[in-house]
Design a protein around this ligand. Structure first.
Ligand SMILES: Nc1nc2c(c(=O)[nH]1)N[C@@H](CN(C=O)c1ccc(C(=O)N[C@@H](CCC(=O)O)C(=O)O)cc1)CN2
Ligand SMILES: [Mg+2]
Length: 291
């Protein structure tokens, strides 16, 4: 193995520590701490773990965590009523509805109901549109975390060739928008792309978010490339990424591991977005490059 392992877990811990240092100044100015409401519907075990981590890390950063656990048979109307209540609650700066939702609930209808000013997940079409047009808004946490790791490793991304594998609203599309904004030359590939190795051979940056275990092979990658593996696939051999780590690590320059790469960045960026939301909602200034 020749690749540098990008330690997302350590980077995320540093980011959370920086966020925690900014909370007291907000509290002094606003007379309250930032608040994050997290809503979990049903008993999906992985979602329950993520929601527990979000609550714990929110409190550790000195913010208020409001956790709402609803039964799997909650109706869409009941969930929308809770979102309305959280939209109107001045102690709540950020609202996050944990995905996936049970099948009987229309995910888009719920995400549309969250006030864009409290949409710390960045999933509301208003925030997606703001990102697409270069306006200030909330950027989805996972791609924001990927961008931070890339910029930390590479500095400027200007002119670099990037391939994003995956076109979801949560990762692939916002990732492509962020890389474009950073002046990379971006190709969006996905599970139906013909001849993916053709695109990857030229890619200085690869972000794999396709949801297929070990999908990307080392021999497809450009020597020295930087690879960000967003995949979190539960297999009988444990948690694995979308990249075949073994073969990739002998070719590329740097790669994120799974676990311990992108995953921890997701929650750290959620705390970042919540702190930003709190400043905007309370009309308190936050230095542009504070976090
Ligand atoms: N409303 C949202 N729902 C979901 C999001 C999201 O950003 N907003 N993302 C994912 C799940 N997710 C956070 O919610 C998340 C996934 C993974 C991790 C993480 O730290 N992973 C660890 C491994 C943990 C494990 O063993 O499972 C790692 O990769 O090291 C944090 C958050 C879908 N839903
Ligand atoms: Mg896809």
């Amino acid at each position: 193995m020749t690749a540098e392992i990008i330690d997302g877990k350590a980077f995320a811990a540093g980011l959370r520590a920086r966020i925690a240092t900014l909370v007291p100044a907000f509290e002094a100015a606003a007379g309250r701490v930032p608040g994050l409401a997290v809503v979990l519907v049903g008993e999906d075990p992985a979602s329950a773990v993520y929601v527990r981590s979000k609550g714990k890390q929110t409190r550790e950063a000195g913010m208020a965590s409001f956790e709402h656990r609803l039964p799997a048979d909650t109706t869409q109307a009941e969930l929308l009523a809770l979102v309305d209540q959280l939209n109107a609650d001045a102690s709540v700066d950020g609202i996050l509805v944990q995905l996936p939702l049970p099948k009987h609930i229309d995910e888009q209808a719920v995400l549309l109901r969250i006030s864009p000013e409290k949409d710390v997940d960045g999933f509301h079409p208003v925030n997606a549109g703001r990102l697409a047009t270069g306006l200030e808004g909330f950027v989805p946490c996972t791609p924001l975390g990927c961008l931070m790791l890339l910029q930390d490793k590479l500095g400027s991304l200007s002119g670099l060739d990037a391939v994003v594998i995956g076109r979801s609203n949560i990762v692939g599309k916002p990732m492509a928008a962020l890389l474009t904004k950073a002046s990379a030359t971006v190709t969006v590939a996905h599970s139906r792309t013909r001849n993916l190795p053709h695109y990857l051979k030229h890619a200085d940056i690869v972000v794999a978010a396709v949801g297929i275990p070990h999908f990307v092979k080392g021999e497809w990658l450009k020597p020295g490339a930087t690879v960000i593996d967003v995949g979190i696939n539960r297999t009988e051999n444990g948690l694995v990424g979308d990249v075949d780590f073994e073969s990739a690590a002998s070719v590329v320059g740097a790669i994120t591991p799974v676990p311990g790469g992108v995953g921890p960045m997701t929650i750290a960026c959620l705390l970042r977005n919540t702190l930003v939301a709190a400043h905007r909602n309370a009309g308190v200034a936050l230095e542009a490059d504070a976090i």
